[in-house]
Design a binder for this molecule. Structure first.
Ligand code: FAD
Length: 540
């Protein structure tokens, strides 16, 4: 099969235009074309007056070898790579019945894919989750948004599906992926009823409601392969003997014996990080980012990005990506932008306020929202591997108080924030954060260097997206859970630096940032576990 890349066509092209483009590119007649599939469809909106669709097409032709010879060295006509996933091993019969099954901690995208791949290879993993199954979890999460009641073990961060369940479900990632693991992730999502277009649109997303259904499907698949899920099963300790994991201890006191533990606990498992530190597992502080959520009318973003094509069904609600290098040396950037979505209360700890964003598949809410965050490093919270957590907690507590100590988020209009005056009244943009937003001055919510950098960045962003610094746009705070504040470092064999059999994985360990990259890391770690269990690498 041949792969043709960079096939540009007008936004409203006829179906036959794709065939015509293939014939023209390959300089062949219709009789030599067998069929084609769309591998990827993106768009090029750099010129708003002439937005084009950009296709990558996989094409079957008669006499492929001759065409390959003819176009040798032409970079946009190549052999299509085989993206089929290949398992690294299968569990030998003796291991299938073994008492010591691999344990996966966490059911976020990383834990689910580690569990799925292990189950597909026949290793019958036990998958432990501190929170509840997704339906019950959804009710608990809504309690905070609707009734100001936080469930510390069942919320936006904790429970089946992990942190990405109440999200925009964006599935693109910039990770290097030579083995096409991302394709395996998307294929499994489609099997679990994700929209098939995620396989070919350049910026796929799923939205919250579908994610809930997909999680139930994936759980059923893993169980049918011999895997086992245990909810409300928080791991509170590790049994480590001579630097080798021997088991995990649950909150109720039960110990599950195992030599292989995938630690996919996400970036908010602060008590688990503390336990790992106390047990001597090697971890270190790492950079993350802090800031606010910004909300603008989605129509403003659509117009700025797509001009007269705003609202075109193939383009959908527009997203954006912004970066500004401030004079004080800090970088400010947009983070986890959610077109047509809502800002969500994302704390997992009482007495703290954290913002993030989510959307439905349709992305048809009135506002666009995005984190506007400032990069910080361990130099900003020096001295202890867990100091980043203390720093996050301090900011989240401050936000809680500024919001009125009832889980409302503190907010300020963009115009007032730039001018340094407190806000008292909403204008044309109504914030979406529930349970509510308390207007005032966001100045005291973050360190001065962050406020200064964001204040400088907003007018700079306005030069890229006209209207971005509009007076009535709303900022809510604080955005602190942008990535893990720690890295649980691992060796080339994916095991902890100093604890054999412990496989730190996903976002919490500092090896992923987002749904797709966390899922891909889960696959890699599952492979490492399987190879270790079958004796192909040095587990013991
Ligand atoms: P997590 O998803 O955090 O999963 C960790 C799991 O481990 C949790 O379920 C937790 O309950 C469990 N756990 C923790 N400690 C223990 C313990 N001791 N015992 C048992 N279980 C434990 N990313 C995107 O790519 N696209 C998006 O659109 C997007 N939107 C987001 C919106 C929101 C509101 C949030 C919060 C995040 C969003 N993200 C998004 C980020 C994405 O969700 C994370 O990057 C991803 O979920 C990380 O996956 P993970 O499996 O490593 O960890």
């Amino acid at each position: 099969m041949l792969r043709l890349t960079q096939v540009h066509l007008p936004l409203d092209h006829a179906d036959s235009a794709i065939t015509d483009a293939i014939l023209a590119r390959l300089q062949i007649g219709q009789d030599r074309l067998i069929d084609y599939t769309i591998f990827r469809r993106g768009y090029d909106a750099r010129k708003r007056s002439a937005i084009t669709l950009v296709y990558t097409l996989d094409v079957n032709v008669k006499d492929e070898a001759a065409l390959l010879l003819k176009f040798k060295g032409v970079p946009d006509i190549v052999v299509a790579p085989d993206t089929t996933y290949q398992f690294v091993t299968q569990a030998p019969a003796a291991l299938v019945d073994a008492a010591r099954r691999p344990v996966v901690i966490g059911t976020g995208p990383c834990g689910i894919f580690a569990g799925l791949i292990l189950a597909q290879m026949g290793f019958r993993p036990i998958i432990l989750e501190r929170g509840k199954a997704v339906r019950e979890r959804t009710k608990d999460t809504w309690d905070l948004w609707r009734k100001r009641e936080l469930h510390p073990e069942s919320n936006v961060q904790f429970g089946e599906g992990g942190a990405g369940t109440f999200s925009d479900g964006k599935l693109h990632s910039q990770i290097k992926d030579p083995k096409h693991y991302g394709r395996k992730v998307l294929t499994e999502f489609v099997k679990a009823y994700a929209p098939p277009e995620i396989l070919y649109v350049s910026k796929p997303h799923i939205g919250t409601f579908r994610l809930v259904k997909m999680l139930q499907e994936m759980r059923a698949t893993i169980e049918s392969l011999g895997g086992e899920f245990r909810f409300q099963s928080k791991v509170v300790d590790l049994d480590i003997d001579k630097e080798q994991v021997r088991g995990v201890v649950l909150a109720g006191g039960e110990t599950i014996a195992t030599d292989h533990v995938v630690l996919a606990v996400g970036h908010s498992a602060r008590d688990t990080f503390q336990m790992l530190y106390e047990r001597g597992v090697y971890l270190e502080a790492k950079p993350f980012s802090i800031g606010f959520r910004a909300e603008h009318p989605q129509s403003l973003i659509d117009r700025a990005r797509f001009g007269n094509f705003a609202g075109h069904p193939l383009l959908g609600a527009a997203d954006y990506k912004l970066v500004h290098h401030a004079k004080n040396g800090r970088s400010v950037y947009s983070f986890c932008m959610c077109p047509g979505g809502t800002v969500v209360a994302a704390t997992s700890e009482p007495g703290r306020v954290v913002t993030n964003g989510m959307s439905q598949y349709s992305r048809n809410e009135r506002n666009a929202n995005s984190g506007i965050v400032v990069g910080i490093t361990p130099d900003d919270y020096p001295g202890h591997p867990l100091a980043g957590i203390a720093f996050q907690r301090e900011l989240e507590s401050r936000a809680y108080v500024l919001g009125g100590s009832n889980y409302d988020a503190p907010g300020q209009l963009v115009g007032d924030f730039i001018a340094g005056t407190a806000s008292t009244e909403f204008g044309s943009v109504q914030p979406s954060y529930k349970p509510g937003v308390r207007l005032g001055d966001l100045g005291p919510s973050l360190p001065e260097y962050a406020i200064e950098a964001i204040r400088e960045a907003l007018p700079a962003f306005d030069r890229q997206i006209k209207g971005y610094a509009m007076r009535d746009a709303v900022l809510t705070g604080v955005e602190t859970r942008t990535s893990s504040p720690v890295r649980i470092k691992r060796q080339d064999n994916f095991q902890s630096m100093n604890t054999k059999g412990l496989f730190p994985a996903g976002e919490g360990a500092g090896y992923a940032g987002g749904i797709l990259s966390a899922a891909v890391d889960g696959i890699k770690v599952a492979e490492a576990v399987a190879l270790s269990m079958t004796g192909s690498t040095d587990a013991h």
